[in-house]
Design a protein around this ligand. Structure first.
Ligand code: C2E
Ligand code: MG
Ligand code: MG
Ligand code: MG
Length: 291
């Protein structure tokens, strides 16, 4: 019976894999039309300045409102879009929409100078035409380059050599900021950091979560985090903590002089109009920008 059991399990595993492959294939095939049909939309997660709790900006996060499957997060389709190459077109749309929205906020709230942070996939940076896209989108939306930040993950940045690296330099020369996303999840070649055209470092969730855990074998020492923030500041990098979920974490990070934070403690990603409401309200965790 042991053999039978094994076979059944194998059969189940195999049909699971088949179902997953079919749905991946389906999503991948549907994506171009979905983009034309405007099924993709952006949510925005507030970026909070820790020293005064002001709303410093937002990170744009893409979602897919699928007509049959419901709301799909980027973890369901970004990788597929990278594989098919559609990420180039999807990414251009994300950038355009995020810049348009940011400039609209600048018009309706002239006292607010938000940073709009947009995720880029390695595949986008591999296309040298990304530079022209950024230039065209900034011109068309009239967003000042310094208001735009492009986020690339550690592995994407560390593996950027040759052309992609010079593409990043050209983007940085436009005055656009570049952030190293999910810092601490990959291999962190600290020495290499100083060679990259980056302006900001985003501390990955596990770093922040470790702040909460009692000291243990895999606890990240608060001293290490202190040193990382100092190192970043020495390299003239702004530090943003991701996935801040508790007030304890927010206080600890403020104490470490971490510059910005985002996470459910402050606000989850939300619609553009919810951000606008936040600007009008006196939310206790998110103060209206001063000045
Ligand atoms: P990311 O850039 O690191 O974005 C932060 C993720 O953390 C978001 O997940 C956000 O919803 C989630 N998050 C925010 N606050 C908390 C918190 O307090 N706790 C926890 N546990 N999670 C929190 P989301 O929206 O599912 O996005 C996942 C990833 O997909 C992003 O990670 C980013 O790498 C990628 N992504 C999203 N939008 C785009 C895009 O337009 N283009 C590209 N290339 N990638 C994108
Ligand atoms: Mg998600
Ligand atoms: Mg990001
Ligand atoms: Mg991140």
């Amino acid at each position: 019976w042991a053999k039978n059991d094994g076979r059944d399990r194998f059969a189940l595993f195999d049909s699971d894999r088949h179902a997953v492959a079919v749905s991946r294939y389906r999503l991948s095939a549907e994506m171009p039309q979905a983009l034309d049909d405007e099924q993709f939309f952006l949510e925005y997660q507030p970026l909070i300045r820790l020293d005064d709790q002001a709303l410093a900006g937002v990170e744009a996060l893409v979602r897919w409102r699928h007509p049959e499957l419901g709301l799909l997060g980027p973890d369901k389709f970004i990788e597929l879009a990278e594989h098919s190459g559609l990420i180039v077109r999807l990414g251009r749309w994300v950038l355009q929409e995020a810049c348009r929205q940011a400039q609209q906020w600048r018009r309706t709230h002239p006292d607010w100078h938000p940073l709009i942070s947009v995720n880029l996939s390695p595949r986008q940076v591999a296309e040298p035409s990304i530079v022209d896209d950024v230039v065209a989108i900034l011109a068309e939306t009239q967003l000042p380059p310094g208001s735009l930040q492009l986020e690339l993950t550690e592995s994407a940045l560390m593996s950027a050599k040759g052309e992609p690296l010079s593409t990043l330099h050209r983007i940085a020369e436009l005055g656009v900021r570049i952030a190293l996303d999910d810092f601490g999840t990959g291999y962190s070649n600290l020495a290499y950091l100083s060679n990259l055209p980056i302006h900001a470092l985003k501390l990955a969730g596990p770093f922040v979560a470790a702040l909460h855990r009692p000291a243990g074998p895999d606890a990240i020492d608060i001293d290490i985090l202190t040193m990382l923030v100092q190192l970043a500041h020495t390299l003239k990098l702004t530090v943003t903590a991701e996935e801040v979920e508790t007030s304890d974490q927010a206080e600890l990070l403020a104490g470490l002089h971490c510059d910005l934070a985002q996470g459910w403690h402050f606000s989850a990603a939300c619609s553009a109009s919810a951000v606008t409401d936040l600007l009008r309200s006196a939310h206790p965790l998110v103060r209206r920008p001063s000045r």
